[in-house]
Design a protein around this ligand. Structure first.
Ligand code: GRF
Length: 216
């Protein structure tokens, strides 16, 4: 395989997607390597990143009065570590238009819904409130608009009648951990298995519905 592409992962929280990316990137057959994990403050995930042997740094939003100055510092940190692609993984800051433009097509985000549904926060509770039957996660390219931008990959799963926001979040998160490394690899190489033809039905269809009755 040709040289791995240097990737920065940006986090604000526990960093489970960052760790899923780190595990995948550690494999010889994944086309990315993580060069730095950047947090916008004292994120719990930083310790996990360090324990995984990844370089970490904090670019604290609190240190900058203006968002543009914060963005410039982020940009400088990304460049200093030689990043070519940025993966937002639970990064709770909206990047300004100048930074997004500078990294156009090279910033990925993972969002816990089937976009364009449920942009923003509390996606699982909102999905339950809307009575959707299928929910999931999306990896998309970041544009100046929140949770917008071309969708690169999605994982869909059935909502169960007894789901709570927590149970649904846990199943979606598991799917996120598989989806994000695969979407990153595909974004870098442009290659991947052909799209699966299987449809996800929920409620499931009867095993063999057969032909419709002749009198309908
Ligand atoms: C994930 O649900 C991700 O989709 C969203 O923020 C959450 C981050 O979780 N953008 P973690 O920090 O990766 O565990």
């Amino acid at each position: 395989m040709s040289a791995k592409i240097p990737v920065a992962v940006l986090i604000s929280g526990r960093g489970s997607n960052m760790l899923a990316l780190a595990r995948a990137c550690a494999r010889a057959d994944h086309p990315a390597r993580i060069v730095v994990v950047i947090a916008d403050g004292e994120a719990p995930g930083l310790a996990a990143a360090a324990a995984a042997g990844l370089p970490t740094t904090i670019v604290s939003r609190a240190d900058f009065a203006e968002r543009a100055a914060f963005d410039a510092a982020l940009d400088a940190a990304l460049r200093a570590h030689g990043a070519e692609i940025v993966c937002l993984a639970g990064f709770m800051r909206i990047l300004g238009p100048a930074l997004v433009a500078r990294w156009e097509g090279r910033i990925l985000n993972i969002h816990p819904s089937l976009l364009p549904a449920f942009k923003g926060l509390d996606t699982h509770a909102r999905a339950l409130a809307a009575d959707v039957k299928i929910h999931g996660a999306s990896v998309h390219l970041v544009t100046a608009a929140l949770d917008d931008g071309p969708i690169l990959a999605q994982a869909a799963l059935p909502v169960r009648p007894d789901d709570t926001a927590e149970s649904l979040a846990a199943r979606v998160l598991e799917a996120e951990h598989r989806l994000y490394p695969a979407a990153l690899a595909r974004h870098i190489t442009g290659a991947g298995p052909p799209a699966a033809e299987t449809a996800l039905f929920n409620p499931p269809l009867a095993p063999s519905p057969g032909a419709p009755p002749s009198d309908c």
